[in-house]
Ligand binder design. Structure first.
Ligand SMILES: Nc1ncnc2c1ncn2[C@@H]1O[C@H](COP(=O)(O)OP(=O)(O)O)[C@@H](O)[C@H]1O
Ligand SMILES: Cc1ncsc1CCOP(=O)(O)O
Length: 211
């Protein structure tokens, strides 16, 4: 973390997560399901991949009661996933539970950009985390996404992240060589500890969003 951040505070948060073992309900893509479940277990959380509209309301009410979290990842988008995402956001709003969004490949196709924007417009997003191309495209710029990957550096998306954070009242994370976290008020935390090899395995960004 930079001079504004605190490694001690970060470690404190990691320890608190391990102590609590939060239930994290994920609506995520087929590519990352197993990797994300294992990554959450490694962190000390308890993953549950639940995405059917037939059980989302009940599941999310129980996640709320358990003090857990809901995360939405649009990675393998289709019309039935969109229905699930909207049901999940509606249930999060009903139970007053903030949710996390990973707008995978926003900007690569119009459906991905519009779906992510529609979900954000529904309200209640607590954290939005994407790569630079995704964050730029959500703020209306040309993010030049190359499929699920970014062609831009994370610092190039800082202005867009600030504007999205203010507009939707959520924390915005941009991953890349330097990971940035922007608060709704515009404070910026940075972590210049990118791991280039993480670009060589799929779903590392998906996992980062969950954590
Ligand atoms: N150019 C880079 N140099 C070093 N590390 C990187 C770079 N790009 C991404 N990473 C690492 O990969 C992680 C996942 O980020 P990223 O690849 O941007 O996510 P996504 O999979 O959503 O595109 C980051 O947290 C960072 O550690
Ligand atoms: C390759 C791929 N295709 C659809 S989802 C997915 C995984 C994307 O993972 P990440 O956004 O972490 O690169």
């Amino acid at each position: 973390m930079d001079e504004n951040g605190s490694v001690d505070r970060l470690l404190e948060i990691v320890r608190a997560v391990k102590a609590k073992g939060p239930l994290v309900q994920c609506l995520t893509n087929y590519v990352s399901m197993d990797f994300m479940a294992n990554g959450l277990l490694a962190l000390g959380a308890q993953p549950a991949m639940v995405h059917s509209p037939a059980e989302l309301d009940e599941a999310i009410s129980k996640v709320k009661a358990a003090g857990g979290a809901v995360s939405i990842n649009i990675g393998t988008l289709d019309l039935s996933w969109i229905e699930s995402f909207k049901s999940a956001v509606a249930a999060c709003k009903k139970y007053n539970l903030p949710w996390v969004l990973d707008p995978v490949a926003a900007g690569f196709t119009a459906l991905r950009t519009s779906t992510a924007v529609e979900l954000l417009e529904m309200g209640g997003c607590g954290v939005l985390r994407g790569n630079a191309s995704e964050i730029l495209s959500l703020s209306g710029e040309d993010g030049a996404a190359k499929g699920v990957d970014s062609t831009k550096g994370s610092d190039g998306a800082l202005k867009a992240a600030k504007s999205l954070a203010a507009k939707y009242g959520c924390v915005v994370g941009i991953s890349g060589a330097v990971d940035y976290v922007v608060s709704p008020e515009g404070s910026i935390f940075s972590c210049a500890h990118g791991v280039p090899m993480l670009q060589k395995i799929t779903a590392s960004g998906c996992l980062a969003t969950r954590q």
